[in-house]
Design a protein around this ligand. Structure first.
Ligand code: APR
Length: 266
């Protein structure tokens, strides 16, 4: 799957990653395609198939949180049913494990993911910034406290559930269209982008903001950008290197090359 030309590009990328002061990453739905979760856009995309959801998802939640909770507990929207089923079955793939390995090597100081699928966490990444939330967590929209599955008793007769701390309304941690990104996560993303001099961007069309802004932040500060994507994206024109191949194989090869360089310089 990795031809000589791509192998040479991966080798150049490994030089950048091994030699950088601070490496961070941004990932998107494409990284979870090899785990059986469809992307949003392009061929086979969820929005391509079902159409983009309304951009006022959060305002709809605030207008009828009880209704939104009933939909969460028993999804009826066809795209939500499809996503729910694939998320339940999905397991991390080689691409997720590669990022966890880079973190262990000290070559991933922050992993900003747009994915709500929890697969980076399951693969062992800990420097994780889930900018669009995590479908397995709940969050209070008052104090931003998060709750793991099962931590809060959900009573269908008394919806929406309330935060035991501030009595604020609790919703799924997934960030709806139109919802502000939780300030703690957003702050972490900006701080990471301000420190980094190398960013790996894998499996994203880089069309949704503010996530798509961080690569430009790294570039603005003279850093390098390594794109991993079998197809062109909004970043292809500005990336330092574009590794045109599937995330699993390319990132696995990148980790092997970085490991070899770090061992040589040890
Ligand atoms: N490996 C790497 N990249 C891949 C692979 C693969 N095996 N297969 C597809 N891709 C790439 C596609 O070429 C595309 O550029 O992944 C990208 C997926 O793009 P999108 O579907 O737009 O997903 P993403 O960028 O994560 O979307 C951003 O939009 O709808 C919202 O909240 C949603 O977080 C999501 C955000």
């Amino acid at each position: 799957m990795i031809d000589a030309g791509l192998a040479a590009e991966v080798s150049r990328a490994a030089d950048l990653v091994a030699g950088a002061r601070s490496v961070i990453a941004l990932t998107g739905a494409g990284l979870s395609v090899e785990s059986g979760i469809p992307p949003f856009r392009g061929p086979g995309g969820l929005w391509t198939k079902y159409g983009e959801p309304p951009l006022d998802g959060y305002q709809r939640f605030l207008r009828d949180p009880r209704g939104a909770w009933l939909e969460r507990l028993a999804p009826r929207e066809s795209w939500a049913v499809a996503l729910h089923e694939t998320l339940a079955k999905a397991r991390p793939n080689a691409g997720h494990f590669a990022f966890a390995e880079l973190e262990k090597l000290g070559r991933c100081d922050a992993l900003i993911t747009q994915n709500i699928d929890d697969l980076h966490r399951q693969a062992g990444s800990r420097n994780l910034l889930e900018i669009h939330g995590n479908h397995r967590l709940l969050r209070c929209i008052g104090c931003m406290r998060r709750f793991a599955e099962g931590e809060l008793a959900i009573d269908e007769q008394d919806l929406p559930p309330r935060c035991p701390g501030c009595r604020g309304i609790v919703k799924g941690d997934t960030v709806h269209f139109g919802e502000p990104i939780p300030p703690d996560v957003l702050r972490g993303c900006y701080e990471a982008a301000e420190r980094a001099d190398c960013m790996i961007v894998a499996g994203t069309s880089a069309t949704v903001f503010p996530a798509a802004e961080f690569p430009f932040e790294v570039l603005r500060r003279g850093g390098s950008l390594i794109e991993v994507n079998p197809y062109e994206s909004e970043l292809s024109g500005v990336a330092t290197l574009s590794l045109r191949g599937p995330g699993g194989a390319v990132l696995t090869r990148l980790v092997a090359e970085v490991t070899a360089r770090l061992e040589r310089s040890a």
